[in-house]
Write a protein that binds this ligand. Structure first.
Ligand code: G4P
Length: 548
């Protein structure tokens, strides 16, 4: 085998093994616990209960900034890589707190699939809906895990109906819970008709649960369930065959149907069958849309870039500053979309259609929580942290060997609809210069969106974010990194939309205002949903879009 052939074989095999995904949920549904149990079942940790223990005061391994530690929540999102039963898992840890959704939104774009965790007592909650909308926008297939079956919860069928009605996707139960609350003992696989029965091996699910796989008709099942519960389970499975949705891999990957699994992340019941099914169903990194560099992102020119035959390419989906106070650096996180990555690779760096420079990637890093280790080789689906000098969110990098005429860009990252707005200015006017520098850098990182008034572009900027805590982070970082104290005045707008139509003929409602985003697009800021609706009525020739 020549070296080239060997490299292609390696690239193909490594890509096929990759599962790059994010877990989406409303806070407290169990995302952290489920993530930790994946580490437990992959053998990465021997005891669960270490990743986060707010009550016990232990800190999350993914906590980087002091402020996060003080608040006990995860502001930043990290990517972890580890093996699971022959697969290579890349898990994108999306911040779960309501206030950090913008970062979560962007991180989602780097995922090939998503796991949606739903609390069985609460059903589909607000943040889950928003995150699901981004998955739909990006065509990301979603698996559903209904969690906390060990606690009293809602009827499984009712929960599946809610997923269908609220999210507008078909739901198909892949397994079915055996009992609920204290009587939850396992799950029945609908395809094989085998029951996975669990017994606790340690308090609080610190160790793997003992799993026994038996047939429904077996004496073990009878002994575990009793005749009445066994008959009820048989009836439920029968009913699902007759009335349930039919699952196909094509429909799942096309985002038309979500396979649903039941379990308890806390007790580990149902976790292993879920992750085993996940690695089988979720797709390996596949073709992604790109546009020729000369087309400046025109989506009509998009073609599909194959991860194996394409040259090395990646895009920046996240920039994180000051992760380690000792280094005072910032990392640009790239998602590899095609080709093989090696340390010291020289790449062309493109920003919005322009070649910025050629750059050697000499200190790539991969992350397992706080531990940063230098990496030598990476493949499509992997996330790599690059010491950031000059990268912005959404930038594309491609192998230097690609001629300029053949260069392409990855699809632009959408802007997400902000819900909080403020005006910000330096407290000390002599600090205008570092203030402008800091704002420019933080806006490029995507820490906040910076908007200017449409009719008064030189006035102090508006800042906009998905959550209010991003404002506090902004002020903290302007103080800490740029030595600028700021005054921040919250503005009474609560929702926004990008305007389609002529901004000059647009009539805002009383209380709404027209602004310009960093790319020069018109954004309407409204004090309420009602106002936004009213703006629609006043301007029948204009339209709003939520993502731009
Ligand atoms: P999140 O990342 O989605 O915000 O949720 P997280 O995993 O932190 O879980 C939120 C709370 O729910 C935690 O309890 C966690 O132990 C609990 N939990 C998660 N999955 C299950 C489950 O399957 N069954 C039960 N009974 N509880 C579950 P906490 O008391 O808020 O925090 P902690 O002190 O246990 O960390």
């Amino acid at each position: 085998m020549t070296d080239d052939v060997a490299e292609t074989v390696e690239l193909r095999n490594e890509t096929a093994k990759r599962r790059t995904f994010a877990i989406i949920s409303h806070p407290d549904a169990g995302k952290t616990t489920l993530t930790e149990k994946l580490l437990l079942y992959s053998g990465m940790i021997r005891t669960a209960g270490m990743v986060k223990n707010r009550k016990g005061g232990k800190l999350a391994t993914s906590d980087w900034m002091t402020m996060e530690q003080e608040r006990g929540i995860s502001i930043t999102s990290s990517a972890m890589q580890f093996p699971y039963k022959g697969y290579t898992i890349n898990i994108l840890d999306t911040p779960g707190h309501q206030d950090f959704s913008e970062d979560t939104y962007r991180t989602l774009t780097a995922a090939d699939s998503a796991i949606m965790v739903i609390d069985a007592a609460k059903g589909v909650e607000v943040q889950t809906k928003k995150l699901f909308a981004v998955c739909r926008l990006r065509g990301i297939p979603v698996l559903t895990f209904i969690n906390k079956l060990d606690l009293p919860g809602r009827d499984p069928l009712e929960l599946m109906t809610e997923v269908e009605e609220v999210l507008g996707i078909q739901a198909c139960a892949m397994n079915w819970p055996i009992g609920s609350g204290r009587e939850f003992v396992g799950v029945a696989d609908r395809r094989t008709k085998l029951l996975s029965l669990f017994t606790k091996a340690a308090v609080g699910g610190a160790a793997r649960a003992v799993m026994q796989t038996v047939a429904l008709e077996s004496p073990v099942a009878l002994a575990a369930l009793g005749e009445e519960r066994r008959a009820k389970l048989a009836d439920d499975l029968e009913m699902l065959e007759v009335a349930g949705n039919h699952f196909t891999l094509e429909d799942f990957r096309a985002g038309k149907i979500s396979p649903v699994f039941f379990g308890s992340a806390f007790t580990n019941f149902g976790i292993e069958p879920f992750y085993d099914a996940f690695v089988e169903l979720a797709q390996a990194p596949s073709a992604r849309p790109v546009t020729p560099i000369s087309a400046h992102g025109d989506p009509d020119t998009a073609t599909a870039l194959d991860p194996i035959s394409g040259p090395f390419s990646a895009y920046v989906f996240k920039i994180q500053a000051n992760m380690d106070p000792k280094h005072r650096d910032s990392l640009a996180f790239i998602r590899i979309c095609s080709g093989r990555f090696e340390r010291d690779l020289v790449v062309k760096h493109f920003h919005r259609g322009d070649l910025v420079r050629e750059v050697r990637l000499s200190r790539p890093a991969t992350l397992v929580a706080k531990e940063r280790s230098t990496l030598d080789v990476a493949f499509p689906g992997d996330v790599v942290g690059l010491i950031n000098s000059g990268f912005s969110i959404g930038d594309t990098i491609i192998a230097k060997s690609v001629a300029q005429k053949d260069a392409f860009e990855h699809a632009a990252l959408p802007s997400f609809p902000p819900e909080c707005f403020a005006r910000v200015a330096p407290s000390d006017l002599t600090k205008r210069k570092p203030f402008d520098k800091g704002m420019g850098q933080l806006a490029a990182e995507g820490a906040v969106q910076v908007l200017r008034q449409w009719d008064n572009p030189t006035a102090d900027p508006f800042i906009a974010a998905v959550g209010r805590l991003q404002f506090e982070v902004l002020q903290y970082r302007l103080r800490d990194e740029y030595s600028v104290e700021t005054n921040l005045t919250e503005l009474p707008y609560r929702c926004s939309g990008w305007l389609i139509g002529d901004p000059d003929t647009f009539k805002p409602s009383h209380g709404s205002v027209l602004a310009k985003d960093s790319r020069g697009r018109a954004v309407v800021l409204c004090p309420s949903e009602w106002d936004r609706g009213y703006c629609f009525k006043l301007n029948p020739d204009h339209r709003f879009v939520e993502y731009a």
